[in-house]
Design a protein around this ligand. Sequence first.
Ligand code: AP5
Length: 183
Amino acid sequence: MGPPGAGKGTQAEILSRRLGVPHVSTGDLFRDHVGRRTPLGREAARFLDAGELVPDRVTTDMVRHRLEQPDAARGFLLDGFPRTVRQAHALSAILSARGEALDAVVEFTAPEEVLVRRLLARGRPDDTEDVIRHRQRVHHRETVPVLGHYSGLVRTVEAVGTVEEITARTLSALGLPEGVSTR
Ligand code: AP5
């Protein structure tokens, strides 16, 4: 978890390879649907373009379906989900039906101006300054309260510095040895 530009996708990609579990990014899943012009993609596009959250039911159904794929049977790394308290409750129901629980929640933090600079340099369609600032506000309003749902599991990592430095901090926060695959 973390605000837009905190490096969730970058770090999740690295960690998922090290852990040998799929990286499940709701942003990537939505962009894939948008690119393929599926009915879900057509519904989601206007929310992504505006920096608004896609409705909870649509998002939760998409995640539930993704987690039913065989590659997620032995674990997964969620990136960008849950992002609302309702999504957190839905995830609890999905996990309890599977007899599973989360191992940890990583929260990345960084000053807003660092995040805005990173995203403007990337230039995705939703990376205009207005939309970035709106995504930040949505994060504070909808997603920060989700952390309270996971109080005992949260590992906070300062997401300023090089990608490698942040990976090292994340592994350390999770109690994982650096450079060693766990599977
Ligand atoms: P999503 O794709 O999740 O976007 P986001 O949360 O706004 O996050 P970003 O991808 O912008 O940032 P990130 O933290 O992943 O950082 P990244 O590694 O990419 O969601 C997009 C949209 O989908 C939402 O607005 C919403 O509409 C919808 N959506 C998604 N999930 C949803 C949900 N659960 N419910 C409802 N709607 C949902 O890095 C950013 C940039 O910085 C990159 O260019 C990267 O190369 C660079 N960078 C990374 N680390 C560093 C570093 N250490 N130093 C310098 N540059 C760095």
